[in-house]
Design a protein around this ligand. Structure first.
Ligand SMILES: [Fe+2]
Ligand SMILES: [Fe+2]
Length: 256
């Protein structure tokens, strides 16, 4: 099974770019399943009705979230009514879901979204959360894929080893910078610390560099950041998962 995972879509520029490039990319790669992180897809971060619809219309099967999942006021209702739009599972008892199951012919795919605990808004311990979630929800028929939305590379690597051999793929999101450490861990789990973002190339995390520089220089005189202009780039990975063994056969980075 070929799984395409696309990093954080930034605002309408990222959404438009995704809409133009995802279908040709699906065709080119033969992807069976597409997972897109959408936590920054709405104007000014977060996800709302329009941005979720755009990403699904572009060809995503599942949209994952992160620390910005609840930024928009409408997100609570939207997450409640959209089963394939996830928010981190370790946010506790709140609106929406942290995992979903895609039914397949040979295997089902359990997609889980988690948030890191280091240098991020407080969440329940992601290691304890996934341990309980797998115990309670995973079936032997499932191929398991985790989007670990986290800041610290060490926390993501530790999660990779914690889940090695128990999930088919663990990819990181949130930093908006694609890492070069894609690998298959010893137990057969496909891993990458961060798949990067889909949005403006000349930017600071997708926002205009001028404002970002100003805010770092003058923290007491902050100005609002805006979306940076095009050109855009799409960042992600293509993972090849063996449906018999549930092990990952390869992780290939995508920059387009
Ligand atoms: Fe994030
Ligand atoms: Fe993000």
């Amino acid at each position: 099974m070929k799984v395409l995972c696309i990093g954080d879509i930034v605002s309408d520029t990222g959404r438009e770019y995704l809409a133009r490039h995802l279908r040709p990319l699906k065709k080119e790669t033969g992807a069976d399943l597409v997972i897109v992180n959408g936590e920054n897809a709405a104007l000014g971060n977060g996800v709302d009705r329009d941005s979720a619809r755009d990403i699904f219309d572009a060809g995503a099967d599942v949209i994952t979230g992160g620390n910005h999942s609840f930024q928009k006021k409408t997100a609570e209702a939207l997450l409640e009514e959209t089963p394939f739009l996830l928010r981190p599972a370790n946010l506790g008892d709140t609106f929406g879901r942290g995992w979903c199951r895609i039914e397949g012919r040979k295997r089902d795919v359990l997609v889980v979204n988690l948030q890191g605990s280091l240098f991020m808004p407080p969440v329940r311990n992601p290691f304890e959360c996934i341990e309980k979630l797998l115990e309670k929800e995973a079936s032997p028929r499932d191929l398991i894929i985790v989007d670990f939305h986290a800041e610290a590379s060490g926390e993501k690597q530790a999660m990779g080893y914690f889940l090695d051999g128990r999930v088919s793929l663990l990819f990181g999101t949130h930093t908006h910078v694609q890492t070069s450490d894609e690998t298959i861990l010893p137990g057969g789990t496909g891993y990458i610390t961060d798949i990067g973002m889909t949005g403006p190339v000349y930017s600071v995390l997708g926002k205009n560099a001028e404002a970002a520089v100003h805010n770092f220089r003058y923290p007491d005189d902050r100005v609002p950041v805006r979306d940076a202009p095009s050109p855009c780039r799409l960042s992600g990975i293509l993972a090849d998962i063996d449906e018999i063994t549930a092990k990952c056969a390869g992780v290939t980075k995508i920059l387009k």
